[in-house]
Design a protein around this ligand. Structure first.
Ligand code: F0G
Length: 448
């Protein structure tokens, strides 16, 4: 048996359900246009009997696949042979318990955990997904790749592309990307194309460009990306001594993470590796609240895969009629037509999930708290803490429940937002620099 016999691609539309070999390069179902999933023939895979068995790999970290925080869990994403597996040391990330941030979110001590995905090589969670998707790209012998991005995807793709010897092109919306991220795409050698439009415009264009030129697409539309992102949940469980938390809180943009997390828990439960599926809270920014609007206002649900398309079409037609373009300081999640919407609805179904939206001011204050008491994060990541406060105030999350917030990106991704927040006293926790004359006595007077 070759490893690819163990995995295949399958359309998520239950009325289609078409299946394809995992060695094919497809980004949507060629029969009906729906999203594709990676599915496994679990009876052909030797999965450990207990999740804690994965801990043994810490002892063999000189093996590159055991060192990787993605491939350490390789039996749970077994779609290619080891020789194709790409790693640049992703997934060495920390789950930090933080009582100071817990206090801010009105949680009891010992109950709040922060999963720092900003500690990945390119500074965001995307590296988990790229390790998996680039392995598929190598398996299918891709030579050139592309993505649309609000910044982190482009940084991560560019880094993996040059590590694997692929050419890469990134599409970003003019003026819609944080400087740290733009600097990475250029520095890592990607061809960077700034489109006069927003992320949703770039996403539309990149799909057509990839189809026309045969480029390998690395957005989360690529189902192999989501397989890599499942491992963030495995590492949270690992960090909690192989126990599941009560809640996962994650920012929602293109909805790849939330989709991947739901799939991860569904599979672990199916395999008997966890007994209970945690609940998931997905947090939008108020200025980019498609998921919130569709789920909470329009009552859109997964409905066993038969999602009410008319609700989505009408909502998008409304956005077009208003000439709407999303706006938030959390530029990473400034997205109004999330491509993984349906998979995310499935994840909400699996995890009894909830969706909330938070205004920019609350995101910025929460970000300052993570900076002051933790390791820091970029604005989109802090939406989780702001969202958790809402869910606490509503009593949906209890003060003593165990909560893991996924901090998706590094604080240095977006230095302008941080500097302006402090310097211009934009929020409750601003900590501006103090001007001082070049005089010892005057300087000493200023030291508190
Ligand atoms: N947080 C950060 C830091 C991100 O960069 C993104 C997405 C998200 C959250 C949202 O995750 O799309 O899985 O819901 N950034 C993409 C990009 C869109 O192009 O870098 P999602």
């Amino acid at each position: 048996m070759s490893v690819t016999d163990a995995a295949y691609q399958k359309c998520i539309n239950p009325d289609c359900g078409a299946e394809f070999d995992s060695a094919q390069t497809l980004f949507r179902c060629p029969k009906c246009g729906e999203l594709l999933d990676i599915q496994y023939n679990w009876d052909k895979i030797e999965v450990p009997k207990k999740l804690s068995e994965f801990a043994q790999r810490w002892g063999s970290r000189n093996n590159r696949l055991d060192f990787s925080g993605v491939w350490r869990f390789r039996e749970l994403l077994n779609f290619c042979e080891d020789k194709y597996k790409v790693t640049i040391g992703e997934g060495q990330t920390i789950l930090q318990q933080s009582d100071a941030v817990a206090r801010y979110a009105d949680m009891q001590p010992g109950r709040l955990y922060l999963q720092y995905e900003g500690l990945n090589p390119s500074g965001s969670f995307k590296d988990n997904g790229m390790a998996a998707a680039f392995s598929h790209a190598i398996m299918v012998d891709a030579k050139s790749c592309a993505c649309a991005s609000t910044g982190n995807t482009s940084a991560s793709m560019a880094l993996y592309a040059h590590s694997c010897g692929l050419k890469s092109t990134v599409f970003i919306g003019s003026g819609r990307i944080a400087f740290g991220k733009l600097s990475q795409a250029m520095d890592y050698g990607a061809q960077t194309i700034q489109i006069r439009g927003d992320f949703d415009d770039c996403m539309r264009q990149v799909q057509d460009v990839c189809a026309k030129l045969g480029l390998y697409l690395l957005n989360s539309l690529n189902p192999f990306r989501l397989e890599g992102q499942k491992t963030i949940m495995y590492r949270i469980i690992e960090g909690l001594g192989w126990e599941v938390p009560d809640w996962i809180v994650v920012p929602g943009g293109n909805l790849g993470n939330s989709s991947a997390f739901g799939k991860a828990f569904y599979e672990l439960n199916q395999l008997g590796l966890i007994e209970r599926i945690p609940r998931m809270a997905i947090i939008n920014a108020t200025g980019a609240s498609t998921l919130f609007d569709l789920v909470n206002d329009k009552k859109l649900t997964w409905n066993n895969g038969r999602v009410n398309r008319k609700i989505i079409d009408d909502y998008y037609a409304g956005l077009t009629a208003r000439n709407f373009s999303p706006h938030t300081c959390a530029s990473a999640i400034e997205i109004s037509r999330p491509v993984n919407l349906k998979k995310c609805l499935r994840a909400i179904d699996v995890t009894k999930g909830v969706v909330r939206k938070v205004p920019d001011e609350e995101i910025l204050d929460a970000k300052a708290i993570v900076g002051k008491y933790g390791l820091g994060c970029e604005p989109a990541s802090a939406a989780t803490i702001a969202g958790l406060r809402h869910l606490r105030a509503e009593g949906i999350i209890g003060t003593d429940e165990k909560v893991a917030c996924v901090l998706t990106g590094h604080p240095l991704k977006d230095p302008n937002i941080t500097v302006n927040y402090h310097k211009d006293r934009q929020g409750q926790f601003s900590n501006p620099p103090i001007e001082a004359p070049n005089d010892l006595d005057e300087i000493i007077k200023l030291i508190k």
